[in-house]
Write a protein that binds this ligand. Sequence first.
Ligand code: PLP
Length: 398
Amino acid sequence: MTNQDWAERGNAVFVGTYNRFPAAMVKGRGCRLWDADGKEYLDFLAGIAVCSLGHCHPAVTEAICRQAGSLVHVSNLFHTQPQIELAELLVNNSFADRVFMGNSGAEANEAAIKLARIYSGPGKYEIISLIGSFHGRTLATVAATGQPKFHQGFEPLPQGFVHADFGDPAIIERLVTPQTCAILCEPLQGESGVRPLEPEYLQAIRTICDKHGVLLIFDEVQTGLCRTGSLFAHEQLGVTPDIMTLAKALGNGLPIGAMLTTEKIAASLTVGTHASTFGGNPVAAAAAVEVLKIMLADGFLASVREKSRYFVGKLQELADRYPQLATGVRGRGLMLGLMLTDKGIGLGMEIVQQMFQEGALINFAGNKVLRFVPPLVVSEAEIDALIEKLCRVFDRLG
Ligand code: PLP
């Protein structure tokens, strides 16, 4: 079966929600993928910031196989060892005391939204999020997402979501009403174009929350788990949330998400108020335990920061060499964006397509920047190889 055979079969049966590349991926190792035609790709997308330890990390694969051989699922009517170990690791390494597990980022955010509402009590249901944010595709998380293109056709959306213009805390404060229960934001916006929120801005948001008695929720679904150079992005920004959500990198590819909070706030979600059949499934949880152990080992974060410095330097050189296409670099850790000129933005999709032909996977986030979220185990040689391919594409298009 070739790529084309698979594409024809897939296109005949799927709901058409995705615009897929014409490749069926069959194998992954580290930062490399191979398609059904045997072509090799350098993967700087990592399943969209998911496979942070690289594809098929041997220790994670081993943990998955071991757990799959003993217990795959029992529901949350019972305790399981991997789920408890995972929750302990999360609690012992974060501000949080309590964890609720789901299967995805959107589900983790749904849990956060429900918790903020039930904790705050009747009448306090409004959540302020930022324009340009992305929080998921369920109805409540779409409503929280501050991008109208994701709302269109799905109205009426759930009530109680208000969007603030990005950048000025006074704009957020003006939207706080007696109905407000929380402010929700990503410490670094991913989907809308790798847009960092400055520490002073986040600190001002924290102050607004404290002044008005509303909760601060950080959506760290994409930024969490070492992606930005600290275990959680907020740690390097000097701001602690009341609720944090995680997903993407947690299972290195197995579906798992988590909502973390304090003892006091968690107490509002009592028996029967929230649940998930699969949430914290033993196999996904066993993978996540292994992921966290590797990430927490000495030297892991230091190596992410080291590679980030190297990659930022190379991307900056590229921007200097092609000023007609690129203007600079933004982001943190290994969540980086190459900012483009108007001409570069016009060519963004073409650049991604030509990189695909060159055997490298990147994307065009928010139709604004080229986004790079490689596995955190990427090597300097792989970064060099990516830059070489980008130079070839820029030479052709510039
Ligand atoms: N929140 C953020 C910041 C995300 O980047 C995403 C996905 O891209 C989500 C939530 C939704 O996660 P999921 O697709 O796992 O539901």
